[in-house]
Ligand binder design. Structure first.
Ligand SMILES: C[S@@+](CC[C@H](N)C(=O)[O-])C[C@H]1O[C@@H](n2cnc3c(N)ncnc32)[C@H](O)[C@@H]1O
Length: 294
């Protein structure tokens, strides 16, 4: 085992995505992910998805963890079984299609994480590397995809994965960087990882997620990326109440490097409707803009 992975292994890993699966932040992240995959699969040529912080892949919404927080009810629970305004309906279509497929067209009982969304949308020729460091989650992830020959599951420090897996041999693909923000320094690590990804695989798409807790931290992260030399960086953010106070997560965002054509317009058209559906208090809002242009 590499030294960095060993040292990451010994620190406490308290975050479990099972408590949060399907919440408002997952909805936006996974809707964007599904739109990127929808674009990638329009060409026959194979693509590869590299997910550095993958979680377990599929979440039972009746598990103790999900029931304990009920977070999914303020996320995906607000978007099912109802008619949605056309721009939101169109934006969510590939994501909702995956939800239907993994639930066999019935009510939503299980929620697909990023690995399950990727494999459900991928074709036979596509390849997937899913990395998860938490030993128990990593075992569960490996069991989930044990019979899927397109998938390789690894259990190293995800910051190594971003370096070791790029560029993919297919030369087309997506890197997902979705750390738990359990410890200080995650914004800096993401900024560095984006730089690495850009250096190694300039034409690839990268989706990097972050929480919006304190605007100053997010602002410093954006400033670092803006000044890194990376081009074509789309910023998509949503907050379900005014961020800044204590209590549950109020907002989340992502940077998408080399987003597919039209993602910016489609996300911008959907955002006001999504905010209206997911608002959980005063000050809810969202934004879609280019942090760095061409
Ligand atoms: C936000 S969750 C991932 C959710 C997943 N990407 C999805 O969208 O379904 C973050 C995951 O990273 C894992 N993790 C924490 N530190 C890690 C590290 N250094 N390397 C790899 N995985 C890590 C956690 O155990 C957790 O499962």
């Amino acid at each position: 085992m590499p030294r960095a992975a060993a040292s990451a292994n010994v620190r406490a890993m308290n975050y479990r995505h099972a408590f949060h699966a399907g919440n408002f932040a997952d909805v936006l992240k996974h809707a964007v992910l599904a739109r990127i995959l929808d674009h990638l699969r329009r060409k026959d040529a194979a693509f590869r998805v590299i997910d550095s912080h993958a979680g377990v892949g599929l979440y039972d919404l009746a598990s103790d963890e999900a029931l304990r927080t009920g977070e999914w009810q303020g996320g995906i629970g607000r978007l099912t079984g109802i008619d949605l305004p056309p721009p939101l309906d169109a934006f969510l279509a590939p994501y909702r299609d995956v939800l239907e497929r993994v639930n066999g067209g019935r009510d939503i009982l299980v929620y697909p994480g990023s690995p399950m969304i990727a494999t459900t949308m991928g074709r036979l020729q596509d390849r997937f590397v899913f990395n998860e460091l938490h030993p128990e989650d990593s075992r569960q992830l490996a069991a989930q995809f044990a019979t899927d020959r397109r998938v390789r599951v690894t259990a190293e420090d995800g910051w190594i994965t971003v370096r070791s897996q790029l560029p993919p041999q297919e030369r087309r693909g997506l890197t997902i960087i979705d750390p738990p923000f359990e410890e200080a320094g995650e914004f800096d690590r993401i900024a560095r990882a984006l730089g690495e990804a850009d250096k190694r695989f300039q034409t690839g798409t990268v989706l990097a997620w972050y929480p919006i807790k304190h605007r100053a931290d997010v602002g410093a992260f954006h400033y670092a990326v803006e000044n890194s030399g990376i081009r074509r960086v789309l910023r998509i953010e949503q907050w379900v109440r005014t961020p800044g106070g204590e209590g549950p997560l109020a907002g989340a965002g992502m940077l998408v490097v080399n987003p597919p054509w039209k993602l910016a317009e489609e996300a911008a058209a959907a955002m006001p409707h999504l905010t209206e559906r997911l608002a959980a208090g005063p000050g809810a809002g969202g934004r879609v803009d280019w942090l760095v242009g061409e």
